[in-house]
Design a protein around this ligand. Structure first.
Ligand SMILES: [Zn+2]
Length: 449
């Protein structure tokens, strides 16, 4: 067992740097470690069939006693999907916001002996030598967070996945004053989401979809079927609100969508004051122009609701003449072919299909160049580490940081396994640690490669 009294703050990315997905970062100081996120890899990263990829945590194996806890930024699979496996190896408390905790519980299933702790935003918590605080950010799932961590030699701001949305459909805009107050921390390190660092401008607000969705839902003469992400609750809220105003009823098709909407309604993240949401069986008694179905399968996943509907294989729902089908998503890397097949199949079934390429029916949840610039200008970090992205995204983000006031020698373009050490007076590249991907089969056991 390794013991360490190293008084440098070490940043150790174990996933999500040099790749999209599988996010995990270890923060180490004086023999104590915090973990941020424990995600799975996106499909394009997964080579063996029927398995999923998680971060190789060999580095932590002989440091088990140093790990104090896992801090989870939000409930997407590339941030929580690896938790069941991680917690099998390291039984430590997991800190998250309230709705994220519910998504974690779904992920953990019957795994009972897990210490899940719910944080309040802007409240300070202590673990060993670290103090940390979650702050809310806008993203494509409610209750998403950035995290500030203070250590004896410097402070770190980890943005999680974020965009600036001054008019969010759910929740509040990011607190700009909070972010600018962070700049008073000495030796401040900013680790910021790079996913859309190549895209010019600001990312559109969720509210920009309102007009197009309203037009489609109001003007369609038959049923409307909308596929989107089951965690994109702001989109689901928009659909319920628009439908409610014009007297359409909404039914949900797909297990994860039903489960997520139920918990969101129970906790008050989504509201349905007019009882617009009705069971699918009741919608069958209504005329077509009174029916809207929200479905899973926005990526064309084979066994998802819309995937099955598109091939005429769903047991409860088939495409009728006059149906309008909206694919309210864009394909995640690796899903492009499935996504395209689904759209072609839906046309073959006789539906009118509306999707992102031909109409504004989706905005994404990551900040574009102007959002990223705004984050850097507000936080004014001394040091900068671009995170969450392939190499090209990290390079583009490093460039934004340099153009917006961060000294080039303080920008660290690192990938998984490469480390940075902060002494309090300077930052240097540290020694490389082992990293990679482990493939887990559906029973949760690692597969040899
Ligand atoms: Zn996310």
């Amino acid at each position: 067992m390794i013991t360490s009294n190293n008084k440098n703050l070490k940043i150790i990315p174990l996933g999500g740097l040099g790749e999209i997905g599988k996010n995990m970062m270890a923060i180490e100081y004086d023999g104590q470690i915090l973990i941020i996120d424990a995600g799975i890899a996106f499909p394009s990263e997964i080579k063996p069939v029927s398995s999923f990829g998680v971060s190789d945590t060999s580095y932590l194996n002989d440091r088990k006693n140093m790990i104090l806890g896992v801090l989870i930024t939000h409930g997407h699979d590339d941030h929580i999907g690896g938790l069941p496996h991680f917690l099998n190896e390291y039984n430590v408390p997991v800190y998250s916001s309230r709705l994220t905790r519910e998504f974690i519980k779904f992920k953990l299933g019957n795994k009972n002996k897990v210490d899940l702790r719910t944080i309040n935003f802007y409240e300070s918590y202590s673990l060993g030598c670290f103090e940390f605080e979650f702050f809310p950010v806008c993203h494509s799932i409610p209750d998403a967070a950035g995290i500030t961590i203070k250590s004896p030699v410097g402070s770190l701001v980890h943005t999680g996945d974020f965009k600036f949305d001054d008019n969010p459909t759910l929740g509040n805009p990011v607190d700009l004053e909070y972010l600018s107050n962070l700049s008073s921390n000495t030796n401040l390190i900013l680790c910021s989401d790079s996913t859309y660092a190549e895209k010019a401008g600001f990312t559109d607000s969720e509210a920009t979809l309102e007009e197009e969705l309203n037009k489609i839902i109001s003007q369609s003469e038959g049923r409307v079927l909308i596929a989107t992400f089951s965690s994109l609750l702001s989109r689901i809220q928009q659909i319920i609100t628009i439908s409610s105003a014009i007297g359409r009823k909404v039914s949900v098709v797909g297990r994860s969508m039903n489960r997520n909407l139920k918990v969101a309604l129970d906790l008050g993240y989504v509201t349905d004051p007019q009882s617009t949401v009705i069971p699918l069986r009741d919608s069958k008694k209504l005329p077509n122009h009174k029916v809207l179905l929200i479905t899973t399968g926005a990526q064309g996943e084979t066994n998802s609701a819309m995937g099955l509907i598109s091939r005429g294989e769903h047991s409860d729902v088939s495409i009728k003449n006059g149906d309008t089908i909206v694919i309210s998503s864009s394909p995640i890397p690796g899903n492009e072919i499935k996504y395209s097949h689904m759209i072609n199949n839906l046309f073959r079934q006789g539906g009118q299909v509306i999707y992102q390429t031909i109409s504004l029916v989706h905005v994404h949840g990551h900040g574009s160049r102007e959002d990223l610039k705004r984050m850097i200008e507000l936080v004014k970090p001394r040091y900068f580490i671009p995170i969450h992205g392939e190499t090209r995204h990290l390079v583009a983000h490093a460039d934004i940081a340099e153009k917006n006031g961060v000294n080039r020698k303080n920008i660290f373009m690192i990938e998984d396994g490469e480390t940075v050490e902060f002494t309090g007076s300077e930052a240097i590249l540290g020694s490389k640690v082992h990293s990679g991907t482990i493939y887990i089969n559906s029973s949760g056991t690692p597969k040899p490669q």
